[in-house]
Design a protein around this ligand. Structure first.
Ligand SMILES: Cc1cc2nc3c(=O)[nH]c(=O)nc-3n(C[C@H](O)[C@H](O)[C@H](O)COP(=O)(O)OP(=O)(O)OC[C@H]3O[C@@H](n4cnc5c(N)ncnc54)[C@H](O)[C@@H]3O)c2cc1C
Ligand code: FES
Length: 257
């Protein structure tokens, strides 16, 4: 069940340039049922900014009723969020959305996890859950530049991890798609910028692929239609899905991106 809760901040630290790791305590942690779900955060008590900010859950610690988020300080909302510290209370709505289906791969099979920039965080909990059930996991993580790279060491604990940077300052120069064409896998899970998702969907239309979409959101719970995207099985039969409540994870081909 979705809950609105005042959650205590346990810790917050900058782990790469403008990238923050935020750990909070929440009763609704027990309701989180899949990696890739997200929460909606009210960053200020004042009217501005009015809208909550959607942030993915990057790892879950049910024993201590805590979960972690990783976000980039960008606009007004995330800048206000970055100013908060341990002991402060955050108004959070969650858990929201449908996450990555871990049952689509079996023990002994290989899953390829492909993240772009701030699409990397939800893949961390996914990697933990897949390896726990005996799936071999390979990560390909793409960033703009060396100062934006985070969680390489953490992902390496679970499987091979390839890093790409657009400017070549760290890892392999180029895009994640340059690396994944050399890898073999049974199922691909990805989250990141839309051009990256499009390229992956096009390249692997014959494979089992799940994409997490980032759409602008209003309510986050399916009530306002701010996040609709088109779905189409046949060209003349177009309908809509809501990224917040039907997604954010979709099977490749399910929605038009
Ligand atoms: C399901 C989901 C999961 C996300 N997970 C993460 C994450 O784990 N880490 C992270 O850094 N970012 C994540 N984002 C993107 C994050 O929500 C935006 O970067 C953030 O809302 C920008 O807020 P701002 O105040 O910094 O920017 P502003 O420019 O001040 O925001 C203005 C408005 O635009 C909306 N907005 C801006 N960019 C986006 C965007 N890409 N997606 C949705 N709404 C947007 C804001 O919510 C706000 O209403 C996620 C987005 C979605 C939809
Ligand atoms: S954000 Fe309101 S319906 Fe999705």
């Amino acid at each position: 069940m979705i809950k609105k809760e005042l959650c205590k901040i346990i810790s917050q630290k900058e782990i790469a340039q403008d990238i923050f790791q935020l750990n909070v305590e929440a009763d609704f942690v027990n309701e989180i049922n899949a990696p890739g779900q997200f929460v909606h955060i009210r960053v200020a008590k004042a009217l501005d900014p009015l809208l909550r900010r959607p942030i993915s859950i990057s790892s879950v610690d049910k024993r201590n009723s805590q979960f972690t988020m990783i976000y980039r300080k960008e606009g007004k909302g995330t800048t206000l969020l970055a100013e908060k510290g341990p002991g402060m209370l955050l108004d959070i709505l969650g858990p929201l959305g449908n996450g990555f289906p871990v049952n689509e791969v079996k023990a002994g099979e290989t899953a390829l996890l492909v993240g772009g920039g701030i699409g990397v965080p939800p893949l961390y909990e996914l990697s933990k859950q897949l390896t726990a059930k005996g799936v071999k996991v390979i990560h390909v993580l793409g960033f703009q530049t060396e100062s934006a790279v985070f969680y390489e060491k953490e992902f390496l604990e679970y499987g091979d991890t390839y890093i790409t940077t657009v400017d070549g300052s760290y890892g392999k120069k180029g895009f994640v798609t340059d690396v994944i064409k050399e890898l073999d896998f049974d199922c691909l899970y990805t989250c990141g910028p839309t051009p990256m998702l499009k390229a992956i969907e096009k390249q692997y239309s014959h494979k089992k692929v799940f994409l997490s979409l980032e759409e602008r959101m209003g309510c986050g719970v399916g009530a306002c239609f701010a996040c609709v995207c088109k779905t189409s099985n046949e060209l003349d039969d177009v309908s809509y899905k809501k990224v917040c409540s039907d997604g954010p994870v979709f099977r490749a081909g399910e929605v038009l991106i």
